[in-house]
Design a protein around this ligand. Structure first.
Ligand code: NAD
Ligand code: TYD
Length: 349
């Protein structure tokens, strides 16, 4: 079946994996990648598919209502897979309004444009909203986030994502807009901007720079290889039940300090450095304000209903990720641009 799918944020980390998967797997679908190319958006992430006939890139901002309405009128996308967002917690602490604008207003503008286009007949239409487990707030030492856990966001980032989830649901209730939402745990893998923990620390180890561990390092995250997230999105897009929410996670909890030590060991081996040399770079720094203690997902629903499970172990995924960064030095050099350097200086120096 022919379809036109608008993927927002496709030049970012997760979006580029989703775009690549859909463009290669579904030659009958027209894939439009809409991205404003903020500091986190990078068309180098998609060089291998940019000439494919079923792929189009459009540069544009989801908060520009006139532009978005016009785009929907012209392209008439049957479905939207919405990933565009400001995505980094630390940046949300310094600039919360930017997060409200893109993540809340931008999502509403997309929802509105989709409603204006299709509300007379919703048949075969879908708005897929990609969200995060951070909307649930923090866990203590035990327990898991399920799809029915109450929202309790703590950072401006997670509050803006929680708000966008609520608006998606509200459009479903009020206008019958067909939607699905997924809330995923922390992703890692190739093409991730080196501001998030794993690529930042890989980048710093390569350059013999300090590894800034926030607080005591005893914070826990549930890590998922990015391709497994993209595969889950494909499954939910095609087989998910409209108006349902799916939690996606790696069944893979790590305390930050243990993860960093594992990363250091793997980096020493791959860089043929003396064992223990990367660990010496670990530096405990001031904690993140409002730092959530622990995230962990119960992914039973997507496992039971859609048959999804992670395809790689963390050790394998991490090893592949490190190899990718080591083999793609040019990509890393390019993103180590002046904008990133300024951010790094403000955040850590
Ligand atoms: P990212 O920051 O790498 O990419 C975001 C992309 O959105 C960039 O290409 C950027 O240019 C684009 N963008 C930002 N503002 C825009 C705007 N106003 N208009 C158009 N494009 C805009 O983010 P990511 O890590 O790939 O995350 C993608 C989505 O997945 C986000 O919605 C995020 O909340 C969600 N998510 C991320 C994770 C994770 O671990 N990274 C986990 C769960 C959910
Ligand atoms: P991050 O990758 O920013 O993802 P999130 O905040 O969305 O979970 O951070 C993952 C964990 O690593 C989080 O507990 C904060 C911690 N962290 C550090 O200790 N140092 C750093 O420099 C960064 C970026 C994160």
């Amino acid at each position: 079946m022919q379809k036109t799918i608008l993927i927002t944020g496709g030049a970012g980390f997760i979006g580029s994996h989703v775009v690549r998967l859909f463009v290669n797997k579904y030659p009958n679908y027209q894939i439009i990648n809409l991205d404003s190319l903020t500091y986190a958006g990078n068309l180098e992430n998609l060089q291998d598919i940019e000439d494919k006939e079923n792929y189009t890139f459009i540069k544009g901002d989801i908060t520009d209502e006139v532009f978005i309405n016009n785009l929907f009128e012209v392209e008439k996308p049957d479905s939207v897979i919405h990933l565009a967002a400001e995505s980094h917690v630390d940046r949300s602490i310094t600039d919360p309004l930017a997060f409200a604008k893109t993540n809340i207003l931008g999502t509403m503008i997309l929802l509105n444009a989709f409603k204006n286009l299709w509300s007379a007949n919703w048949e075969n239409k879908l708005f897929y909203h990609v969200s995060t487990d951070e909307v649930y707030g923090t866990l203590g030492e035990t327990g898991l986030f399920t799809e029915t856990t109450a929202y309790d966001p703590n950072s401006p980032y997670s509050a803006s994502k929680a708000s966008s989830d609520h608006f998606v649901r509200a459009y479903g209730e009020t206008y019958n807009l067909p939607y699905v939402i997924s809330n995923c745990s922390n992703n890692y893998g190739s093409y991730q901007f080196p501001e998030k923990l794993i690529p930042l620390f890989i980048n710093n180890i390569i350059n013999n720079k300090a590894l800034p561990v926030y607080g005591d390092g005893n914070y826990t995250r549930d890590w998922l290889y990015v391709m497994d997230h993209a595969i889950a999105i494909d499954l939910i897009f095609h087989k998910g039940v409209v108006t349902e929410t799916y939690n996606i996670g790696g069944f893979n909890e790590w305390k930050n300090i243990d993860l960093v030590k594992l990363l250091c060991q793997q980096m020493d081996l791959k860089l043929k450095r003396e064992s223990g040399s990367s660990e010496k770079l670990i530096t405990y720094v001031k904690d993140r304000p409002g730092h959530d203690l622990r995230y962990a997902i119960d992914a039973t629903k997507i496992n039971k209903e859609l048959g999804w499970e992670p395809s790689v172990t963390f050790q394998e995924g991490l090893s592949k990720t490190i190899d990718w960064y080591l083999d793609n030095n040019e990509w890393l050099e390019n993103v180590n641009s002046s904008a990133y350097k300024n951010y790094y200086k403000d955040q850590y120096e």
